[in-house]
Write a protein that binds this ligand. Sequence first.
Ligand code: ADP
Ligand code: MG
Length: 323
Amino acid sequence: VPLGEFELIERYFSRGFPRRDDVVIGVGDDAAIVRVPSDAELVVAVDTLVSGVHFPEGLAPMHVGHRALAVNLSDMAAMGALPCWCTLALTLPAVEERWLEEFARGLRGLALRHSVALIGGDTTRGPLTISVQILGVVPVGAALRRSGARAGDLVFVSGTTGDAAAGLGLIQGTVSALDPEHAASLQQRFLLPAPRVELGLALRAIASAAIDVSDGLHADLGKMLQASGAGAQVHVDRLPISRALMESQGVARARRLALGGGDDYELCFTVPASRVRAAEHAAGIAACEICQIGTVEAEPGVRYLDGGRPVVAEMAGYDHFAR
Ligand code: ADP
Ligand code: MG
């Protein structure tokens, strides 16, 4: 007997998720109700993952579930918002209990880590598509935006970039790595993205602008600068590149991936020179490495330097319609 929609929701998406006192009505009614603090602004984002487009068709359901929430948490991080609640619109080709159980496990694990309650959703039949909507809060006026970068600010990026793109390449067989430990750590970066929620929160009132790196550092830095009406110079010899990426791919390909790869879910942000110490302190609180890669300039566009000399960087970024 196939599982009915009601039983499916009850079994996989009601139990085991974080409980929050501010959820007045969660899963089960026609809509959810949450209590938003009166001194807060509501921050809302939604991201859709289509099988075969946004993740490889064979990706383990646990990793699909993790990813569906991670990409949304990353948007909260980029706004300096505290994620609180999410909804899940799930389109399934068939009801496979094993798949649902693993998917829910991946989603639940990350929800528990960040105390995000699943308050509702929708379940339909069709090609595998997962839409998670996330709702978070920030104190009034405190959100980080893309548009605040000013000439003279310093450009930072968290963690390391390029690893996830290499990891995806390894999974798809388009990239190789001799050392199996390097290969495993790069694949982990693709399979289990760790959104920088704590860093985003710690950077409020410090960063002048922020964006999360999902389409590649070059592309996303470009978006932030464009929104700010500014440009930047970036030192390619200062890009934060992991040992696994550098040793397995060599410096040229590692830099290409660090700039043009996707799915990093790091934060790229700008900081006024007077706030650099505060930013380093914030990174310490968030237990996160940050790396200064360049400087904001008035002239639009990104100019790359290597050893202080200009270099051309042909970077396509990651365009969904070009894939
Ligand atoms: P309606 O027909 O009124 O839209 P549904 O039968 O679609 O209600 O959903 C019943 C309840 O289950 C609602 O509270 C809805 O938010 C929740 N729900 C449906 N699908 C999901 C899901 N995939 N994850 C979490 N909650 C869900
Ligand atoms: Mg419905």
